[in-house]
Design a protein around this ligand. Structure first.
Ligand SMILES: Cc1cc2nc3c(=O)[nH]c(=O)nc-3n(C[C@H](O)[C@H](O)[C@H](O)COP(=O)(O)OP(=O)(O)OC[C@H]3O[C@@H](n4cnc5c(N)ncnc54)[C@H](O)[C@@H]3O)c2cc1C
Length: 459
């Protein structure tokens, strides 16, 4: 039995697991050595909390299924195994004039992980989430059955598996519809805004003409500076670009030049003082209120990937991310209340993102995106003080009819999860009886020995 310590991206959870390798997508699932033990697929470990961990059980090393199966450059239909990284896909498709239909803020996630969390990107208002672009997938269950799931076949299994947190079985392969692009560049604008009202106005004015919108928001200040930030909007660049608009030294193709945080500092480098100074500098980083430019897609979509293992800057105690979404009718007042609460606490970090989700409906029964405003922030792990702040934020989000993102969570209780995801009980019918996770046991009130879900009937 190979035991290995796995940790969440935020470093706050570190647990030994039995690690089960996957030799081929055609092979049966390996099962843990002890009888009745549970398994969970593990992708590339980019989830922040325990939704990808299974303490006391085993992890299926999903990233080992990393082969392309088929790619048609005429139609942009790609079929690959569940462990292929988005980074690897981009290297294949961009030179052939294709791009991912939806991408999260890191390219180091697997296709299986992107489906299991039904990840969203900066184009949610037009494209919806990742699952909206999956044409079909194969689901392998612990009893050896395989289902081909799609919008027309085994639809209910398809909808349970998209955003299904890896609990419905292993996604051995999936087929995705890519989108056409003319080149690797983005035509992008950064606009300074000074209040939340201005953010919502800018967003309303941008959603139709800009495929991608996202904002950095300053969470450090109360009073007049509350709700200020930088609004970023962009489209893929057209076929003919004015190369004089490219920043100096930036070729249209960019080599992989990521740096690595060399060690974990003994204490977090983020504190109230450094946060306030950093945010002030960042807010004023651009000379004009509006700046326009051509950028390569990599710094545009994946700024954090330029610094590998950036999660170490929070020190050995690690950090939590808090990501919520609240419905549009309550968004302005609720976002203001959350920012006030955070600024008042003196906690939070530079990494604070505000984005408006749109109308496209996510297929997944447990998918996180819903129309409204999503706020995502990192917080250095400062123990009970931080947990009290989170409790307060939870109350604000739930009172507004919102929910929290499981991929970013490592602490919420059953009541918060179940109120935000009322379909959880219907979903639990699709959970494979041998699959479980630390997150799932916590939010459904099970102990680690218990499993849930129905035994699979024949496909
Ligand atoms: C810097 C950064 C930026 C991010 N930005 C965004 C963002 O903009 N939008 C967003 O939505 N998310 C974002 N995320 C979160 C990230 O996209 C998700 O957590 C993603 O699911 C991680 O994929 P992974 O391959 O690392 O899988 P893991 O984190 O290892 O696992 C994620 C889930 O997928 C399941 N899983 C993995 N492989 C399979 C498989 N083959 N079959 C079935 N289930 C499987 C696991 O059981 C688990 O439930 C970001 C994360 C980071 C670190």
């Amino acid at each position: 039995m190979a035991t290995q310590v796995f940790q969440s991206w935020g470093f706050v959870l570190r647990e030994p697991h039995e690690a089960l390798g996957l030799s081929s997508r055609h092979a049966p699932l390996p099962m843990p050595t002890g009888s009745g033990g549970t398994v969970l697929p593990f992708g590339n470990g980019r989830s922040y909390g325990d939704s990808n961990l299974n303490p006391g059980g085993a992890l299926l090393l999903g990233a080992q299924l990393d082969r392309f199966i088929d790619f048609d450059p005429a139609t942009g239909v790609l079929r690959c195994e569940g462990g292929v990284l988005l980074h690897t896909i981009l290297k294949l498709i961009v030179p052939q004039g294709w791009f991912l239909p939806v991408t999260p803020g890191t390219q180091f996630v697997t296709v299986g992980g992107a489906i299991a969390n039904d990840v969203h990107g900066k184009n949610h208002h037009l494209a919806g989430s990742f699952g909206n672009h999956v044409r079909c997938l194969e689901l392998l269950r612990s009893d050896g059955t395989r289902r081909l799931c799609s919008p027309t076949e085994h639809t209910e299994w398809f909808d349970a598996t998209i955003g299904g947190l890896g609990l419905t079985g292993l996604i051995t392969w999936a087929e995705i519809q890519l989108k056409r692009v003319a080149n690797p560049c983005m035509d992008s604008e950064s606009i300074r805004f000074r209040s939340l009202e201005e953010f919502f106005e800018l967003n309303a004015a941008s959603e139709r003409d800009f495929e991608y919108t996202v904002s950095w928001i300053d969470c450090a200040f109360e009073g007049k500076r509350l709700g200020r930030g930088l609004f970023n909007r962009a489209n893929h660049a057209p076929a003919v670009i004015d190369t004089s608009r490219l920043p100096k030294g930036l070729p249209a193709t960019l080599a992989d030049t990521a740096k690595r945080v060399p060690l974990t500092p003994p204490i977090s480098l983020i504190n109230t003082l450094s946060l306030k100074s950093f945010n002030t500098l960042y807010f004023h980083k651009q000379w004009n209120d509006v700046e326009r430019g051509l950028v390569h897609y990599r710094p545009f979509f994946y700024p954090l990937d330029a610094l590998l293992e950036w999660n170490r800057i929070y020190g050995p105690k690690g950090f939590y991310q808090y990501q919520s979404v609240v419905p549009p009718e309550r968004a302005l007042a609720t976002t203001r209340q959350m920012l006030q609460t955070i600024a008042h606490s003196g906690m939070g970090s530079f990494l604070a993102v505000l984005k408006q989700f749109g109308e496209p409906r996510s297929r997944g029964m447990l998918s996180f995106p819903q129309p409204g405003t999503t706020l995502a922030l990192d917080f250095p792990n400062s123990g009970p003080k931080l947990m009290r702040l989170f409790d307060e934020l939870d109350r604000i989000v739930l009172a507004a009819g919102g929910r929290l993102y499981p991929a970013k969570d490592g602490r919420i209780g059953a009541a918060i999860f179940q109120a935000g995801h009322p379909q959880w009980r219907a979903f639990s019918e699709f959970v494979d009886p041998r699959f479980s996770s630390g997150f799932w046991r916590r939010v459904t009130g099970q102990t680690s020995g218990q499993t849930s879900g129905h035994a699979a009937e024949n496909p």
